[in-house]
Design a protein around this ligand. Structure first.
Ligand code: ZN
Ligand code: ZN
Ligand code: ZN
Ligand code: ZN
Ligand code: ZN
Length: 160
């Protein structure tokens, strides 16, 4: 016998209820592609396993997703997913990683002065100060500032 104590009573008339509950219906996610079809009273138990039914993200982000989309969400779009920074190999959540890229000290970046050099961000300030061919240096003869490569290749020095 069915356990009536924990079932929602939708219809006061038990006969009507029994009729409705035995009606053949399609899954509420049939539009999304679910092929399931059975008696209405079976729907609750079907939804537990239906791949199209929405479930909360198992990483506890606010998203609700069809089970069929959960794997993709957990791998690619969940803000709480675990991701490893490809440059420094530290582990971040998805949303943290988005902020981290752009400041990762191991990420290769182009020199801000557009000298053509690519180097890890942690070396950039030293490069700008001591190595960059576009850095500005003071001429040791007249103390005026020049772009380093101009100073070395031009005839400025010979004008003194
Ligand atoms: Zn279904
Ligand atoms: Zn999520
Ligand atoms: Zn990093
Ligand atoms: Zn440079
Ligand atoms: Zn000079």
């Amino acid at each position: 016998m069915a356990d009536r104590t924990c079932r929602l009573v939708i219809y006061a008339d038990p006969d009507t209820e029994a009729t409705v509950m035995s009606m053949k219906i399609r899954c509420i996610h049939s539009k999304a592609g679910c092929k399931w079809s059975d008696q209405l009273k079976q729907l609750q138990s079907h939804l537990v396993t239906c791949r199209y039914d929405a479930v909360p993200c198992t990483n506890n982000c606010p998203a609700m997703l069809a089970k069929i989309a959960l794997d993709d969400h957990l791998t690619y779009t969940c803000p709480r997913r675990k991701e490893t920074c490809e440059f420094c190999s530290r582990e971040f959540t998805g949303e943290m990683l988005e902020g981290h890229l752009g400041s990762c000290q191991f990420e290769p970046v182009f020199c801000e002065e557009k000298c053509g050099a690519t180097l890890q961000r942690r070396f950039l300030s030293n490069h700008l100060l001591n190595e960059c061919s576009k850095r500005r240096v003071a001429c040791k003869y007249c103390s005026r500032e020049f772009v380093y490569e101009t100073l070395t290749v031009s005839t400025h020095k010979n004008n003194h």
